[in-house]
Design a protein around this ligand. Structure first.
Ligand code: CAA
Length: 241
């Protein structure tokens, strides 16, 4: 059966790898994005995956966008909450805006998206929700009080919903990527990357987006129904819980 999947932030970076991995697994995928029209159009041209533009931090936009996807493709079986941003700053310099933007996208976005597919998944007795958290939600990170708080919240959200969805055939799992070779890394100064971060990764390298997508494809499969509430760590052994 062809499952319908939404991947937020699904046209770039880790999200693009997730979208194409689910497509390769036979899913019909809709990828959402917030800003980069050019990249989204190029992604659609290359993969045939439809893209939809809205801000996951906006509840009403999520409701309308999901309704549009369901009208175009059918009821949503799989939701991958991948969209995420960084606004790094040491806490004494962090503005309220930097705090709020990250909480809105990286934490409230999960509520806004999941709340709008949950009822349908319960009715149809099937669902897969996969939340892309982060190693920095597990261990904390210098200059990321906002991001780490949101990503830790994503794990709590995952564990609670897993218990609520289990009887309705819905699984909810989190993946905690380590440092992955995407554009997000470009905000990290080279000196910090080379002297602080890379030496902490036993694998001796950044991860690749496809290595996260592999985990998502596993969790999204029909026969992964007993894997529920888990936190899958994919970080090259940088931090082990
Ligand atoms: N760990 C330890 N120290 C760090 C650090 C880190 N990750 N990042 C910066 N520092 C240190 C710098 O080396 C510098 O120290 P010195 O003054 O001794 O040279 C000091 O912090 C910089 O302090 P400032 O007050 O001058 O900071 P700033 O206002 O200029 O801000 C910064 C700079 C935003 C912190 C910048 O250094 C930065 O972006 N650092 C990287 C933060 C980081 O690791 N973010 C993770 C991004 S990856 C991600 O989010 C994806 C994921 O899920 C894994």
């Amino acid at each position: 059966m062809s499952r319908i999947a939404i991947v937020t932030g699904g046209s770039r970076g880790i999200g693009a790898a997730i979208s194409t991995a689910l497509q390769a697994q036979g899913c019909t995928v809709a990828a959402t994005y917030a800003g980069n029209d050019e990249k989204a159009a190029a992604f659609t041209a290359e993969t045939g995956i439809k893209t939809y533009k809205w801000d996951v931090g906006d509840y009403d936009a999520c409701a309308a966008g999901i309704a549009q996807i369901e009208a175009d493709l059918g009821p949503v079986d799989i939701l991958v909450n991948n969209a995420g941003i960084t606004r790094d700053a040491p806490f004494h310099k962090m503005s309220r805006d930097q705090w709020q933007q990250v909480i809105d996208t990286n934490l409230n976005g999960l509520f806004n998206m999941t709340h709008n597919v949950w009822g349908g998944m319960r009715e149809r007795k099937f669902g897969r929700v996969i939340n892309i958290s982060s190693i920095n939600g597990q261990k904390g990170q210098f200059a990321q009080a906002n991001y780490s708080a949101a990503k830790a919240g994503d794990i709590g959200f995952t564990k609670s919903l897993a218990q609520e969805g289990a009887r309705a055939g819905i699984t909810v799992n989190a993946i905690c990527p380590g440092y992955i070779n995407t554009e997000m890394m470009s905000t990290i100064p080279d000196k910090v990357m080379n002297e602080v971060i890379l030496p902490q990764i036993p694998a001796g390298r950044l991860g690749e987006a496809e290595e996260i997508a592999r985990g998502v494809a596993f969790l999204a499969a029909d026969d992964a129904g007993f894997v529920n509430g888990s936190t899958m760590t994919i970080n090259g052994a940088q931090y082990l819980t």
